[in-house]
Design a protein around this ligand. Structure first.
Ligand code: IMP
Length: 426
């Protein structure tokens, strides 16, 4: 049975959690394939808000097996805390499965993330300081600790001792910091993590394939987004994994022929957290309206997100990179009060018009957006749940985006609640 990928098409925080939640009903497995607790999904269910960082959104449905795939980096302390919080709210997490091949984030990764950012000074990336980059770096260097290592105390201690020894050289000699206490860390992981995490650890590749073979529907849930992709994003202002749809193949262990549907998620405008180029960024009061009305502050870090107009040039690139079969537009209601809306349809770089993303990033820094202007609707969309309830200006805006991007818009978010959406095309 083919599978679906949900992927962010901008710089993250597009509302993937809500969309995933919406289509999860038809799914049997929901699989996270990259990233870690740098992600933050907020889902509002029956007026109650659930902030998820590592646990896949499907956990909120009893019929779904939520899976943390091999491509994810897992802070076990954070994961166990999140499970506790969800269970206190009555959410049963016992079905959760965590890949034994996923890599583990430990305190020294977070310390190194913070220290590197400080060292970079004005060139800092604006990471979430969750240890994501250093953990993926250890994975590539082949000195990482995998979740399955926790199941063998001898292997775990051996590997940890080597890696902590090396990190301590960097911490003490390069950064003049205190060393990590290997024994204390190993004891803490063995006491607090191993007994509690063990029941969740599984061969998730077999689990996913057994599901596919049995005709089950599988949803691969991306975190972060296309332009934060390590290979295809605005490097170095990216995360250290591959959020694009192809990342699902690597990060969950399936071949591309299993994937038959790729749902891209885009806000009706754009936001970005952290540093990096952003051609349609707004520095005026319209930007403030987007931030205020959209509550554009990080779910995890509380940082103010940078706002901007919808960018069809970037979106065309997202269609290519992900093989998007459809687009879901979120937070359309945030534009409710604006008189005029702008959509970037091309970039002007030194007098040359670009309808596709320029190859050289310096051109992206120099890009001047070419805007189309459309009238706003200036009415409340939050009660719209059917396409015919949308004002003509909102329909025209969505049809314009669709035409610019070249893929059909299926879902449109009109408010934070689970039921606040319109099926624009089926
Ligand atoms: P890291 O993933 O913590 O290493 O951060 C690298 C970049 O990705 C920074 O610009 C972060 O702000 C950004 N980033 C990481 N996770 C998210 C996310 O879930 N939403 C939006 N931006 C993110």
């Amino acid at each position: 049975m083919p599978a679906t990928v949900v992927v962010g098409t901008q710089w993250g925080d597009e509302g993937k959690g809500k969309l995933t939640d919406l289509i999860a009903k038809e799914m049997h497995l929901v699989v996270r394939y990259q990233g870690g607790h740098n992600a933050g999904h907020t889902l509002v269910v029956d007026g109650e808000s659930f902030a998820l960082q590592l646990v896949p959104s499907g956990v909120l449905y009893d019929h779904i097996t939520p899976v943390i795939g091999n491509g994810v980096v897992v802070d076990p302390f954070v994961l166990l805390k999140e499970i506790d919080t969800l269970e206190r709210k009555g959410v049963d997490c016992s079905r959760l499965k965590v890949s034994g091949n996923a890599h583990v984030i430990l305190p020294y990764h977070q310390e190194l993330d913070r220290l590197t950012e400080r060292y970079l000074g004005k060139n800092k990336l604006g990471t979430t300081k969750r240890g994501i980059g250093p953990t993926y770096a250890d994975k590539s260097l082949r000195v990482g600790i995998r979740v399955q290592d926790l199941l063998d105390p001898k292997i775990f201690r051996e590997k940890l001792e080597v890696v902590v020894g090396e990190k301590n050289k960097v911490l003490t000699k390069v950064y003049n910091r205190l060393p990590e206490d290997f024994e204390a860390l190993a004891d803490r992981v063995e006491a607090e993590v191993v007994p509690r995490l063990t029941p969740y650890i599984a061969d998730t590749v077999s689990l996913v394939h057994d599901g596919l073979d049995a005709g089950q529907h599988v949803l691969f849930e991306g975190a972060q987004a296309t332009f934060l992709d390590l290979d295809h994003g605005t490097y170095p202002y990216v995360t250290s994994s591959n959020p694009i749809s192809g990342g699902a193949c690597v990060g969950a262990g399936v071949g591309p022929l299993h994937i038959n549907r790729v749902v891209g998620i885009a806000k009706a405008y754009v936001t970005r957290v952290g540093a990096g180029p952003f051609p349609t960024e707004l520095f005026d009061e319209v930007g403030d309206v987007l931030v205020d009305r959209g509550r554009e502050f990080g779910t995890n870090t509380g940082r103010r997100r940078r706002p901007g107009w919808f960018d069809a040039v970037m979106m065309r690139q997202a269609v290519r990179l992900n093989s998007l079969s459809e687009l879901a537009i979120t937070k359309l209601d945030i534009l409710d009060t604006l008189e005029t809306l702008k959509v970037c349809v091309a970039y002007d770089v030194d007098g040359v018009r670009h309808e596709h993303l320029p190859y050289h990033q310096s051109d992206l820094h120099a890009a001047v957006p070419v805007y189309a202007e459309l009238p706003g609707w200036q009415q409340d969309l939050t009660t719209c749940t059917e396409r015919h309830q949308l004002p003509p200006e909102a329909v025209a805006y969505l049809e314009f985006l669709q035409e610019q991007v070249g893929v059909p818009i299926t879902f449109v978010g009109t408010g934070p609640g689970r039921e606040q959406f319109v099926q624009f095309n089926s």
